[in-house]
Design a protein. Structure first.
Length: 279
């Protein structure tokens, strides 16, 4: 059996500690891919470090929410910004605005295009995939823009998030994920057959990672992604600014453990990037 496992670390460039943690999890662990945040305050300082990790796949972590400012001005993307001129702080605020018809997809396209230009032009990155901060491309107006931009920019793969959570939230994510998968396939783009990381965000301890690998193996999927959030643990200022409660140092320890590498091999996975997805 030769199944593909992509272990993708999000938020590259958000802080230097996160970037260093991702690179350490790649060089000394099992992380094979990362998603780079174009609006990240440390992007320019950390993007050049990726040149020393040529085997690490790099994608775009497109953002419409958060404390960091958009690439474009509020005058250029008025429906995406609040009165203070920045993005809404979290996904619930964005979706409330979108559900009320207050988000113009043309603004999304302009801002995402500017983020892609920053990553590919200014930073010189070659992108293997697209995804979004807090998985906003599950929402149909956002997913349609992401799919269109993937085709325009020659990026052949998109993350397909899912959830195993019970209740309305989990059911809604699965319904939106199925719609995204159909849209991606109809556009001739690629995604993995199975995914984990949304429900476990920031809490992928070693026992949970071992269980997740076993569950994904049991699914029979030929291509899978585990989405993680490692980082070095001495970034106190960043922890205060980004109060998500993620245990980044704990995830880094798990992702660099020999036990996890052995478990991945035991289940017959080969690790790789979105560029390794079969056509």
């Amino acid at each position: 059996m030769n199944r593909l496992l992509i272990i993708n670390a999000d938020d590259y460039g958000l802080t230097e500690g996160i970037a260093r943690g991702i690179l350490r999890a790649h060089r000394h662990g099992v992380v094979t891919s990362t998603s780079v945040l174009a609006v990240a305050p440390c992007l320019r300082r950390t993007a050049r470090w990726l040149a020393d990790a040529p085997a690490l796949g790099t994608g775009a972590h497109l953002a419409l929410i958060g404390v960091d400012p958009p690439v474009l001005t509020s005058r250029e993307i008025p429906t995406l910004t609040t009165r203070r001129g920045g993005f809404p702080r979290e996904w619930r605020s964005f979706l409330a605005r979108a559900a009320a018809g207050r988000i113009d997809p043309a603004d999304i396209e302009r801002e995402f295009s500017a983020q892609l230009e920053r990553l590919t032009g200014e930073c010189g990155l070659r992108l293997t995939h697209l995804d979004t901060h807090q998985h906003l491309h599950l929402w149909p107006p956002v997913s349609r823009v992401v799919v269109a931009l993937a085709r325009r920019w020659g990026v052949r793969a998109i993350r397909l998030p899912s959830s195993r959570a019970r209740g309305p939230k989990g059911a809604g994510i699965r319904r939106l994920g199925g719609r995204l998968e159909r849209l991606t396939g109809a556009a001739g783009l690629l995604g993995t057959e199975a995914y984990a990381g949304l429900d476990e965000a920031g809490c992928l301890t070693l026992p949970r990672l071992m269980t997740t690998v076993g569950r994904l193996a049991a699914s029979g999927a030929a291509t899978v992604e585990i989405n993680c959030h490692p980082g070095e643990g001495h970034d106190a200022a960043a922890r205060a600014r980004y109060s998500w409660g993620f245990h980044r140092a704990g995830e880094l320890a798990a992702l660099t453990s020999p036990e996890l590498r052995d478990e991945i091999a035991r289940y017959g996975f080969r690790t790789g990037t979105y560029a390794d997805l079969p056509m």
